[in-house]
Design a protein around this ligand. Sequence first.
Ligand SMILES: [Zn+2]
Length: 436
Amino acid sequence: MKYCKRCLYPENHPLNLVIDDEGICSGCRVHEEKDIFDWRTRWKRLEAIADAYRTPGQSYDCIVPVSGGRDSYFIVHVVKNILKLKPLLVSYNKHYNTPLGIRNTAYMRIAFNCDLVERTTKPQTIRALNRATLESMGSIYWHVLAGRTAFPVKTAVHYKIPLIIWGAHQGVDQVGMFSHTEEVEMTRKYRKNHDLMGMEAEDLLRAHPKLNDLDLDTFFYPDDSDLQRVGVRGIYLNNFIRWDSKAQHERMIRNFGYETHSQAGTFDTYNDIDCHHYSGLHDRIKYAKCGYGKVTDHATREIRLKRLSRQQGLDLVKAYADHDAPDEQLFLDWQGMSHDELWELIDQHRNPLFWEKDGSTWRQKNSVLDTTDAGDITPKEECQFHITPSRAPEQDENQYMLIGKGYVHEEGPHRPPAKEWTTRTFLDEVTNNALV
Ligand SMILES: [Zn+2]
């Protein structure tokens, strides 16, 4: 197996990457654009798009898909406070929510003063879907990926709001499938092939006839004719803003009290802390299927942003790759499965390039930890992820306010800063972050 000499990705990354003659992957090459481009000029292109969708009065200008983690605060901040658009926030309830994720979402509504539409699909449907996708793909996360990429688009059609604003396009940020200059937008094809591992809800129905008795409406992408009638398009902020998830989260911690947490499978305490399983059981499954886990994604990201050397990245992979999944029992109890039953399904989807069976145990045949390249990145700052203290240590609002009403008194420590946000200071922040 060939690995990139700069970052930690193998050539068989599931999103597809290419390693060039110098041994550097396409993800690292496209990442170089972050330190070359004039991001103020690229920002102007985003402003021009936003201007074309401004509507008078109280109607919504755009849709922003959100969760209780992963860049959501930053995306809403850019859209509401900097671009001065009126967004409708849209959330797919992933059913794996942590209390912290619910709190972060509730405070997001307050801090940014936005309406939020949430879709909660019948729990029985989710359990049946999990069983089907474990059999077909070895995945407990398909419904999350399908729901959060379809529901905002359905909402756009329903409310006739044509513009959807997403955060980072993984095909650009992780693997360099496209340059930032291509300004790639949301497509049905990319969603199916990459977000959904090649399987749409319609394909699942054909493979699992029992699902026909269930209502899978949440997961169906709208028809092309509906998308055209409303003029729906989905743009990605990372084509217009120099994307640095760690720095962005730290700005949201400082300004809006975004809360963070430790995670089983990674040193990143900012992304996906709203989900019990993403960096736990789901990550164990990713490791079995792809030969690497979230910690490799996060270490790669930090190497490219010049906060880790390749060796420091490898040390982090070594520390986290084979982690426990303390959340597994939670999933088994809810799903009504045993550990052996679950892993029998997952083992059928292990990648034979990485795994072989040695008696009754699986042995990893090759790993990035076998590589010795020193890389060509010298860190320019320390890579430290912080765990925030709770903004309300007593958390008594959990019992009577946040979950139902999403409201706390504006006075006191919960109050968002009374600050005039301007494009100039925002661009100073994000461009000063560049480490050229
Ligand atoms: Zn690379």
